[in-house]
Design a binder for this molecule. Sequence first.
Ligand code: UDP
Length: 328
Amino acid sequence: MFNLKVCVIGGAGYIGSHAVYELIRDGHEVVVIDNLSTGLREMVHKDAKFYLGDITKKGELSSIFKKECEKKPFDVVMHFAAKLIVPESLDQPLEYYHNNVEGVRIMLEVMTEFNIKNVVFSSTAAVYGEPVKNICEEEDPTIPVNPYGETKLASEKLIKWVCKKYNMNYCIFRYFNVAGADETLEIGLKKDNLTHLIPVAIQAALGLREKMIIFGDDYDTRDGSCIRDYIHVSDLAYAHVLGAKYIYENNKSLLVNLGSNKGFTVKEVVKEVEKYIKVPYEIGPRRPGDPAQIVASNKKAKEILGWEPKRGLSDMIKSDMEFRKKNS
Ligand code: UDP
């Protein structure tokens, strides 16, 4: 057992806040930096130190690093501070490149100035673009089809080049679909205008929205609706603890998908929610840009990190439902 000092940039957001909880459970020291543009101060674990700061402003980031690293340098920096809404990225490409790519560039510049050697980066299945086969592997072609995916791929490449030049290590995780809430129900997905399937179905079930729409049931899948690979946010967050320890201990980089190897259709997800409460829904037209199936191979994550999801779809639904009941 060893303790790392970890800087979590974007630690007040949905996935970042869960990573902070898992790091603290594993005994690490955590410093959170967040500009609270979408994150919430109340989502930051009470044992983490919090700084309000924006990584696209170098002065702000440098002064936080100076203060913290004088005492004890960070062992690892984790980045969760990206904008991540696909339609918004099409509408605001300049803002997306600025926040997502320039933010990473400045973070890396500051890391090199303070001689910090390890970076863990949240990336996405969106870097692959249209799937080329049923189960997506890390070596598949990366041809993003929207600015969000492009900015994540550009950041991945920037991280790789900088790590090569400055003898640093990276751990890049490509996420698929994420849902659920921490078992304490202190944190979860709390946002206005939610668009993701699981929280939308639960909001409809709880009467927090009138109904939900299933976007298309004429796809070439087992029941006509789209197939996705869903991971519980706490499993995903725990992978970051393993990834951070792996690159720190082995002085090596890695890039892995975080998925479950299996997919559920939209209708199967709705049926699972209906085990608890009825979901008012209608079948609507396809949503533009939705591939029929996206499922991740998790072979590499298993082999290298010994990681695989411990929780299933029903755990995601139950925890999100409890969190939503508590917060509505
Ligand atoms: N979906 C749906 N109705 C909704 C939200 C999502 O039918 O209100 C479908 C969507 O078309 C996709 C799947 O659910 O096939 C997962 O969508 P989500 O937005 O949660 O994540 P994505 O896979 O787009 O990242």
